[in-house]
Write a protein that binds this ligand. Structure first.
Ligand code: FE
Length: 134
């Protein structure tokens, strides 16, 4: 069943704090080393702050040194969509939540094996649920 999600900015603003709104709905970026999850090492799952869809597992998180939480793969491939982003004079691959289209961050091809990918994600776009996973 499809969840009932806000369909306009005013409705999202009621659900999100100003930083969460700016990042997820307006494609913002938090300052490096400022977010709550870049150095977060607990076991559990990370979900979309907007719609709750489970996005990443702590078992695929690694320390990229970038200052943003980094993962080498999503929990399942269908939870993310990737769009070409030509803003700020760069060509990057934007990562969004497949359920609610929240801007999450970008994916780069300088990650660790086995994927070689680095999903570079804003902490403010994520929630966390502690879970004992391997
Ligand atoms: Fe979402």
């Amino acid at each position: 069943m499809k969840k009932q999600l806000p369909d306009n900015d005013d409705a999202w603003k009621e659900k999100l704090n100003p930083e969460q709104f700016y990042i997820t709905r307006q494609k913002g970026t938090e300052a490096a080393f400022s977010g709550k999850f870049y150095n977060h090492k607990e076991k559990g799952i990370y979900n979309c702050i907007c719609c709750g869809q489970v996005l990443f597992s702590s078992s695929n998180k690694y320390d990229s040194g970038s200052g943003w939480p980094s993962y080498w793969q999503p929990i399942e491939s269908h939870v993310l969509n990737v769009n070409q982003d030509k803003s700020h004079g760069m060509i990057r691959n934007e990562v969004v939540c497949s359920e609610c289209n929240a801007h999450l961050g970008h994916v780069f091809e300088d990650g660790p094996l086995p994927t070689g990918l680095r999903y570079c994600i804003n902490s403010a776009s994520l929630g966390f649920e502690s879970k004992d996973i391997s």
